[in-house]
Design a protein around this ligand. Structure first.
Ligand SMILES: C=C(O[C@@H]1C=C(C(=O)O)C=C[C@H]1O)C(=O)O
Length: 413
């Protein structure tokens, strides 16, 4: 195949280049050719994965994991009609440690796209021949959302939530808010991604950029579901927040009743989902304290052997039941979601949705999209929510959203 030859040349060009420059060139290429691109680094790992979708289309899919090819999924908080999930195909894969490039079998097929793809690959080769020097380009929406409510609106909403809980409408709700930040003059997407990787080793750090949809960057500590090569399913109950510093000993962190109950609700929610599908054999570990940058959370791990339980579609089934979890929406789910729709005054879009690699090297790792921001040409919108229960204090919940937004403010500074 002709293009494989091009590909080998490209590989030679990449091998001696600076890592950030290579990543930046991939984004510039995606921007100029209107292609979707995703870059991510797993928690506790150093290698970075990048995929490029050469189809030039926005692919909307259902989150049926068994049906999907290998790629990266980006899903909104609210998926009313289902099928609003965006899928980035793994047509082209780059790994920073192996310096390896892999093309999908799709590229070798003789279909109509073949010539277009060959041309794109040749162009990509040319991109790497040019000196970079410029900032990284990325897809943006023209207008950033206009309404960003301030503190008084948030405090009012939390107060209203507490009253609704006391009136028995629901047990917990997670009101969120936006914060608009002007990007500093020298802002660079790849440098910001790198800084996030360094600051947040326990997080899934990712950047996703899709034409007509925009660009999201985040460092999330919250795994929604994972399904690995040994067919083990995992999920976590993560909630309760307090500030810690770099030297804090996690064993020494003490929790108040409010956080203990709040997190127990998330655990109960997961166990109820298992009950609904009559799954009795699951392992539960925790809760214990987990670090997310300068924040501590309470975390319980759940694990299921899908071979032993004979439940190969567990990940897809649980994904539908779990999302949006009571960690980012509330409990029970429906009245909490309705409260958020009625009171938040903004579209959460992909905030508190989920994202991550699907069927990549036979593994799927989906995370809740928190500690993230939506990037525009000159500004970013940061998002954060806080879990409200009957014994919440309005000022403390506001402060908690500030602490969570610090995660991204720190990488922008
Ligand atoms: C909603 C967010 O985080 C979630 C809510 C938490 C809480 O209420 O204590 C803690 C961790 C996350 O599950 C966020 O970061 O915006």
């Amino acid at each position: 195949m002709e293009h494989l030859k091009d590909w080998e040349i490209l590989k030679d060009q990449l091998i001696n280049k600076d890592e950030n420059e290579v990543l930046s060139q991939f984004f510039n290429f995606a921007f100029h050719h209107n292609l979707s691109i995703a870059l991510w680094r797993h928690p506790h790992h150093t290698e970075k994965h990048l995929i490029l979708d050469l189809s030039g289309a926005i692919n909307y899919v259902k989150a049926d994991l068994e049906e999907l090819d290998d790629g990266f999924i980006l899903s909104p908080f609210s998926d009313e009609g289902e099928g609003r999930n965006i899928f980035i195909h793994n047509h082209l894969y780059y790994n920073t440690e192996k310096k390896a490039l892999k093309t999908s079998p799709y590229l070798n097929s003789e279909d109509n796209n073949h010539l277009k793809l060959e041309k794109l690959l040749a162009n990509l080769g040319a991109t790497f021949n040019q000196p970079n020097g410029k900032k990284t380009a990325f897809h943006t929406l023209k207008n950033s959302p206009v309404s960003v409510d301030g503190k008084s609106h948030y405090l009012g909403m939390v107060q209203k939530a507490i009253e609704a809980i006391k009136a028995g409408k629901f047990n917990k709700v997670v009101p969120a808010r936006q914060q608009k930040v002007t990007l500093k003059a020298g802002f660079d997407l790849i440098e910001t991604f790198e800084k996030s990787c360094q600051l947040y080793p326990n997080a899934l750090v990712s950047v996703v950029s899709v034409p007509g949809i925009g660009t999201w960057l985040g460092a999330t500590p919250e795994e929604l579901i994972s399904f690995d090569r040994s067919k083990i399913f995992r999920t976590v109950a993560l909630a309760g927040t307090q500030k810690i510093n770099d030297e804090s000993d996690l064993m020494e962190v003490a929790w108040r009743q409010k956080e203990i109950e709040e997190q127990a609700m998330v655990s109960r929610y997961i166990i109820n989902c298992f009950k609904k599908i009559r799954l009795r054999e699951f392992e539960e570990k925790g809760p214990r304290t987990a670090r997310a940058g300068e924040l501590a959370h309470l975390k319980t791990d759940f694990l299921v052997d899908t071979v032993a339980t004979n439940f190969p579609q567990l990940a897809t089934v649980m994904l539908k039941l779990l999302h949006p979890t009571s960690a980012v929406c509330g409990m029970p789910k429906e009245p909490a979601r309705q409260f958020l729709l009625d009171n938040e005054n903004f579209d959460r879009s992909f905030f508190s949705g989920f994202l991550g690699p699907v069927n990549m090297f036979e593994e799927t790792h989906l995370f809740v999209n928190i500690r993230c921001m939506q990037l525009f040409a000159t500004e970013a919108i940061l998002y954060a929510g806080a879990g409200v229960t009957a014994i919440s204090d309005v000022e403390k919940e506001w402060e908690e959203t500030n602490l969570k937004q610090q995660t991204m403010l720190k990488v922008l500074s």
